[in-house]
Design a protein around this ligand. Structure first.
Ligand SMILES: [Zn+2]
Ligand SMILES: [Zn+2]
Length: 753
């Protein structure tokens, strides 16, 4: 006896090869009926014997294509119509394109096999892809996601590709970027001696890399600069030419085996490394690769993810390649040829260029397995512009984020799409990219500007704020920076009414009173808002933002309040004259701002422990301090008292200074400082949670990228049976701010559901 049912599959199930998958599965299980892309997912009508139907439904869940992510499968009985066979029906048309845009995907196993099969039509072809893999966001020019709306438009399909494209049983059925060597784009190598194409280009690139040259290689979302990571001369040349003094370079390794040879890879970290997002994974370094990540215990590794990468390794490229975004220090990644050639002249010795244009710049993502699970530190390729949360808001909403590590969030039909990492907006090119990304996503999702609610940071001088205020939309709303951090975690959890204690620790953010916040405790919920209930004792920030660049300058603002401090201009501290100058500013109250920033507290401790020079990348002094602390086995914790809603840093920093003066090892002092910070935070959390009868704690903000601190705090709170929530889908740093802004605005606006 035949049964019939209608099956509705929700989640990321469009543009990921789901219909051909269902088609093949139906044939395997002897199912008749049809499949189509529906309003909000894939709709299937299936008829078969009961056991076959059940096996078919089970297989949908267990065998789904790698890029799909099923959030729900609903099955309902239906009337059988006895139609024979199984077909893919035309999609239901809709007025608005709210279909999710899939992030870019790494080349799949099936394509990889064909890539290295001499008998295959696409043997050695760097643009091989199928519905299970390949570019998405980086080639889409507009929705709906059809070939003419992609950067593959200039390459019409030949007969062979066209047949595959239209064959429902084929892996390349409606694979928009499908191509072969006869009809598709190609790669070229350009260097001083001329131009080579295809296989010769790959061979020559490998030869250049082996000889210690630097090659710019076009990838999915921009150019990389590549060199042999084990060749110190090449690595140093890259640093010099790229004006990148100390910030670590990421490396691409041949395979997981090669990754294991250079970093300690836990099973969780390995799972992250091979996950579909293919991020750069930070893990403790095992091998010494001079110049790659100076003074850093971690190394960022990633696996090859485009066919070109696989071709390079197969042609015997070095096992470990530096693969860093092609730009000069802190500029956004170069992604079009003209720009790349201009900006990288004098940096790269040669260019491996692909014909297929890149629609928008997307950098590699960076992730790590932390004390509380996987953390994304930079969310970009492989993740963006995926939806990370559903917000209870009907109206479209644009949240423009913060000025550092900017990302934007666009909410359409309640789906929060978070953009790729854009960068620091004080750089002209990043600010351009910020505007492009807003225009781009708004156009893609057909946003009506008259109806759009625009959300920005409360800082009146942020570039993002000024830009937001000038937009033509009807309504604007400011959200305080640290509340946005806390709300970003609640948005990930979809918890709007739960009252939590939110602890937001970072470098800088504009506070309600106009001072610079960064060590804040809040009580409340996303729906009702957050009341600031405690904070770090106020210090000074002499010279404003410049203090973030110079740990001794930040230290002056804190140490000015401490009695009985040893002379820090003498040995072993040897603070530079900048300290005296900053101290003058504090004493005369000139260009000094009030701050509660825990980020600057870490900088002050780092200065006392020997980091007296300026930093060359954001967070450098705090990262250095954490690395010092990790080398120590000390169980001491310096006092960081929590009293009357205030964490007093004076005994904490005094202990650091005194112990250093006494000659205790800096690493042991660093450890005791970190334990002290953790204990102070935990004491505050405990007291406030018990006073307000709260049992859930939210930790967010850039300071919580410090995994040692996070694990110390967790250890201290575990005993209290408090639940801790942190960020997993968006970064805990300012890259997550736009999501938090959107979540807060969903409730602050009048147009809620
Ligand atoms: Zn594939
Ligand atoms: Zn073709």
């Amino acid at each position: 006896m035949k049964f019939a049912c209608s099956i509705h599959v929700r989640g990321v199930v469009q543009g990921v090869g789901f219909r051909p998958f269902i088609y093949r599965l139906a044939h395997e299980h002897g199912i008749s009926g049809w499949v189509l892309n529906g309003e909000d997912g894939v709709a299937i009508h299936a008829e078969a014997r009961e056991t076959a139907l059940q096996a078919f439904i089970d297989a949908i869940r267990t065998q789904a294509p790698p890029a799909a992510s099923i959030s729900a499968i609903e099955v309902q009985a239906a009337a059988a119509n006895g139609a024979p066979g199984f077909t893919i029906r035309e999609s239901e048309r809709r007025d608005k394109p709210t279909v999710r845009i899939s992030p870019d995907l790494p080349v799949c196993e099936a394509c990889r096999r064909e890539l290295f099969d001499p008998a295959d039509r696409r043997h050695g072809y760097p643009y091989i892809n199928c519905t299970n893999c390949g570019p998405r966001y980086s080639v889409i020019l507009a929705l709906p996601y059809d070939r003419p709306n992609t950067t593959m438009k200039p390459w019409p399909l030949d007969e062979y590709c066209d047949a595959e494209y239209h064959d429902p049983a084929n892996r390349r059925f409606h694979a928009q970027p499908v191509a072969c060597p006869w009809c598709g784009p190609h790669y070229l190598l350009k260097d001083a001696s001329g131009m080579l194409s295809d296989n010769q280009a790959i061979q020559r690139t490998v030869q250049l890399l082996c000889e210690g040259h630097i090659v710019a290689i076009k990838g999915l979302g921009g150019y990389h600069l590549a060199c042999d990571a084990q060749n110190a001369t090449a690595v140093n040349a890259l640093r010099e030419r790229k004006y990148r003094k100390e910030k670590p370079f990421a490396v691409m390794v041949r395979d997981v085996e090669a990754a294991r040879a250079i970093v300690e890879l836990s099973s969780e970290a390995e799972a992250l490394l091979i996950s579909i997002g293919r991020p750069i994974v930070l893990a403790p370094a095992k091998a010494d690769l001079p110049g790659v990540a100076p003074d850093n215990d971690d190394l960022g590794v990633m696996l090859p993810y485009t066919p070109v990468h696989h071709l390079l390794f197969a042609a015997d490229a070095p096992d470990v390649l530096v693969m860093t975004s092609a730009n000069r220090s802190s500029e956004p990644i170069a992604y079009d040829e003209k720009d790349a050639f201009e900006r990288l002249a004098g940096v790269a010795d040669a260019f491996l260029v692909g014909d297929r244009p890149i629609a928008r710049r997307i950098e590699d993502s960076v992730a790590r397995v932390g004390a509380l699970g996987p953390v994304i530190l930079r969310r970009s390729r492989g993740y963006a512009p995926g939806a990370v949360a559903s917000l209870p808001v009907v109206r479209p909403l644009l949240a423009v984020g913060a000025d550092l590590k900017n990302s934007i969030t666009l909410v359409v039909d309640g789906q929060a799409f978070v953009s790729q990492h854009i960068g620091d907006l004080d750089h002209y090119q990043a600010f351009q990219a910020f505007q492009e990304t807003i225009r781009d996503l708004a156009a893609m999702y057909d946003v009506n500007w008259d109806d759009l609610l625009v959300v920005h940071d409360a800082h009146p001088q942020y570039f993002s704020t000024t830009y937001a205020l000038a937009l033509p939309s009807a309504e604007k709303l400011a959200v305080q920076h640290h509340r946005a951090h806390v709300a970003s975690v609640l948005a990930e959890h979809g918890e709007w009414d739960k009252c939590v204690l939110g602890v937001s620790c970072d470098g800088t953010g504009y506070g309600d009173d106009g001072s610079i916040w960064g060590g804040e405790f809040f009580a409340g919920s996303a729906r009702e808002g957050f009341e600031r209930v405690a904070h770090l004792r106020c210090a000074s920030l002499p010279g404003g933002d410049a203090a973030a660049q110079h740990p001794v300058q930040a230290a002056a603002g804190f140490l000015a309040q401490i009695d009985g401090l040893p002379d820090v201009t003498a040995a072993p501290f040897n603070f530079t004259s900048r300290y005296q100058y900053a101290l003058e500013l504090v004493r005369k109250d000139v260009r000094s701002f009030t701050t509660t920033s825990i980020g600057r507290l870490f900088d002050s401790a780092a200065a006392l422990l020997g980091f007296t020079r300026g930093i060359t990348f954001e967070g450098q002094a705090a990262i250095w301090l954490e690395a010092q602390a990790r080398k120590s086995v000390s169980t001491v914790a310096y006092s960081f008292p929590f009293e009357d809603g205030e964490l007093d840093f004076r005994p904490l920093l005094l202990a650091v200074a005194e112990q250093r003066k006494r000659g205790l090892e800096p690493r042991d002092i660093a450890r005791a400082f970190q334990r002290g910070v953790a204990q102070g935070l935990a004491n505050g959390i405990r007291e406030l949670c018990s006073k307000r009868e709260l049992n859930t704690v939210v930790l967010s903000g850039g300071v919580f990228q410090n995994d040692l601190l996070l694990s110390d705090v967790r250890e201290l709170l575990d005993a209290q049976r408090l639940t801790i929530w942190t960020n997993h889908a968006v970064p805990p740093n300012d890259g997550g701010i736009s999501l938090g802004q959107a979540a807060m605005a969903a409730f602050l606006s009048d147009h809620r559901e």
